[in-house]
Design a protein around this ligand. Structure first.
Ligand code: NAD
Ligand code: DAU
Length: 341
């Protein structure tokens, strides 16, 4: 039987580019990679994948119904894995509209096209942020009610509900994964970990929102990729799977770990005004994907963080390239207004 063809959307972003690399190394699937190349998408993140005859890159938007329908038909696509999104909470506070256009309308466009073309499986890459915020105790399970707090998480939760509806009403074979915070190579330096590495390296202030004691449950991006492929290949139709690595850390813990690894002083830490609506704590119960599908993370936080810091120190040209353009304007708009706490 011929190897399946998968439409991967958002494959020039952080997780998507790691996932393309994972598919090329670990499977024989053929990939059509649809990405609009927004500020967050970068072909430099795929430099070693562009020559593969199993990987076709197409620049375009998931909101273009005609283009999506054409690609599904032209390449006889068997499955869709939807990473494409506006992904940064702070940007969703500055301007929510594009989050609805891409994350909600774009997902609807893909679901409708998948149904029309008879695509065999649709996987929605979602986030633990759809569950809202936890207190000191407890974990998000797949039964935790959706309670999104930011425009970003509200748009992701809306997309999840559309995926659910297409399964329930139209019988589309869907799987939804909800993962905790990722870190690793090729993450855009608006997100905490690459931003801190980049600023520390340049002896710039390290902006910490609020008291720095918000907790995130960190997972290495390679482990997220293996979980998505496991859920796509073996998951139950209609199911939701939480993905996480039991690595809760406060933001200050994460920043101190980075400072030790780059050999910079804690005096760079600068407390700034908090993010509006800042979720306090995320923590994932990933027992369903572990028990049903046998997935486990392969690396622990300390090992993978050391690998990640090393990667950014060794890939300064990549950082310089993605942090040029409108990044400086964005940085000034966000952090210029925040001041010191
Ligand atoms: P990212 O911002 O790095 O990448 C997003 C990609 O989508 C970019 O390549 C961008 O060009 C592309 N894109 C944006 N709008 C598009 C459109 N209209 N059409 C086609 N492509 C478009 O994001 P990421 O961190 O890699 O996240 C990928 C997915 O994983 C998102 O759906 C996000 O919600 C989800 N997720 C992320 C994390 C995390 O920690 N980063 C955790 C859980 C889930
Ligand atoms: O939980 C999964 C989510 O993780 C994904 O769905 C999102 O796409 C992804 O961006 C991420 O969201 P967060 O808001 O948790 O990630 P971010 O890197 O923006 O922030 C992590 C924590 O660090 C958060 O508590 C806010 C804080 N922070 C962030 C930045 C950028 C700071 O203190 N200072 C900063 O400059």
């Amino acid at each position: 039987m011929a190897a399946p063809t998968i439409l991967v959307t958002g494959g020039a972003g952080f997780i998507g580019s790691n996932f393309i690399r994972y598919l090329l190394a670990e499977t024989d699937v053929r990939i059509v990679n649809l990405d609009a190349l927004t500020y967050a998408g970068n072909l430099a993140s795929l430099a070693d994948c562009l020559d593969s005859e199993r990987h076709l890159f197409v620049r375009g938007s998931i909101t273009s119904a005609d283009l999506v329908a054409y690609l599904l038909k032209q390449h006889a696509v068997d499955g869709i894995i939807n990473f494409a999104a506006e992904s940064h909470v702070d940007r969703s506070i500055l301007g929510p509209k594009v989050f609805v256009e891409t994350n909600v309308q774009g997902t609807l466009t893909l679901l409708s096209a998948a149904r029309e073309a008879g695509v065999r499986r649709f996987l929605q890459v979602s986030t633990d942020e759809v569950y809202g915020s936890l207190g000191d105790q407890g974990f998000f399970t797949e039964e935790t009610p959706l309670s999104p707090n930011s425009p970003y998480s509200a748009s992701k939760a809306s997309a999840d509900l559309l995926v659910r509806a297409f399964h329930h009403t139209f019988g589309l074979d869907t799987v939804t994964t909800r993962c905790s915070n990722n870190y690793g190579p090729y993450q855009f330096p608006e997100k905490l970990i690459p931003l801190i590495i980049m600023n520390a390296r340049q002896n710039k202030a390290l902006p910490v929102y609020g008291d720095g004691l918000n907790v995130r449950d960190w997972l290495y991006v390679g482990d997220h990729c293996s979980a998505i492929w496991t859920a796509f290949s073996k998951g139950r139709a209609g199911a939701v799977y939480n993905i996480g690595g039991n690595s809760e850390r406060t933001n200050l813990d994460v920043i101190r770990t980075i400072l030790q690894q780059v050999g910079k002083p804690e005096s760079l830490i600068t407390f700034v005004k908090d993010r509006p609506g800042h979720d306090r704590r995320y923590a994932i119960d990933a027992s369903r994907i572990q028990a049903e599908l046998g997935w486990r993370p392969a690396v622990d936080f300390e090992t993978a963080m050391a690998r990640t810091v090393r990667w950014y120190l060794d890939h300064q040209p990549w950082l310089d390239q993605v942090a040029s353009g409108d990044y400086q304007t964005y940085y000034q708009t966000l952090y210029g207004n925040r001041g010191r706490a």
